[in-house]
Design a protein around this ligand. Structure first.
Ligand SMILES: Cc1cc2nc3c(=O)[nH]c(=O)nc-3n(C[C@H](O)[C@H](O)[C@H](O)COP(=O)(O)O)c2cc1C
Length: 207
């Protein structure tokens, strides 16, 4: 499958075949590709919590507005990220970089130190890229997905033992579709979303 086809055929699916399971090689491919997503300074903030326990899924579902994907999809993953990953032995992110390694590590520590908002933004950015890789790989494997933030984030965080210095990025359901996607909700025209060089400026009246 071409990348463009994977992108254009990815839709958020809410009904999944509850009897279908992913094979071990498929699961391996999903998470290998997810972990290849780019991260700033190669910090690799993302931690994936695969919810494989049916009882845990059943406890999460009412916390997620009873969305059926939570219990029915073959794969349910809570995508989380370590906000403090930037300062947890960062030498390991550049261990193959030879003499450039320590320079890059110094640079990354200087970049994030004292900038809490940026540390959190970066963790969320990394998680979002990883989630997109999961969704596109699902398409390549013939599966569908649904990204979700419609759930009680704190309560789900407690159920999965989320460490204090981590954030929940989103939850993702992946599996064999058992129903069609909704009609596309209403795409903005390109003219409202894509600009050259700068935002269009309001015209100034000289009258
Ligand atoms: C961060 C995020 C959270 C979302 N949360 C939910 C959700 O909780 N339940 C749901 O059914 N869809 C959810 N969606 C799906 C969006 O409604 C969907 O992506 C959007 O309507 C565009 O449709 P499409 O994904 O089929 O192209 C979420 C999407 C994103 C990116």
């Amino acid at each position: 499958m071409q990348v463009s086809e994977a992108i254009s055929s990815r839709r958020s699916i809410k009904q999944f075949d509850a009897g279908h399971r992913l094979s071990a090689p498929e699961i391996d491919r999903l998470y290998r590709n997810a972990r290849l997503a780019p991260t700033s300074f190669n910090i690799q903030h993302v931690r994936f919590i695969r919810v494989t326990d049916p009882e845990l899924r059943a406890r999460i579902r009412p916390l997620a507005f009873d969305q059926p994907q939570v219990t029915d999809a073959a794969e349910l993953v809570v995508v989380t990220a370590d906000v403090q990953a930037w300062q947890k032995n960062p030498q390991r992110y550049w261990r193959n970089a030879g003499e450039r390694g320590p320079i890059i590590v110094d640079s990354l520590l200087g970049f994030y130190r004292g900038r809490e908002w940026l540390q959190r933004d970066e963790a969320i950015r990394s998680g979002a890229f990883a989630a997109q890789n999961l969704m596109l790989t699902a398409r390549e494997l013939g599966y569908d997905s649904c990204p979700m933030i419609g759930f009680d984030i704190d309560a789900v965080g407690r159920l999965i033992g989320l460490p204090d210095d981590h954030v929940v990025v989103m939850m993702l359901a992946i599996g064999r579709a058992a129903g069609p996607a909704w009609e596309r909700g209403g795409d903005l025209p390109a003219s409202e979303a894509v600009f050259e060089n700068a935002f269009p400026q309001p015209s100034v009246s000289v009258a």
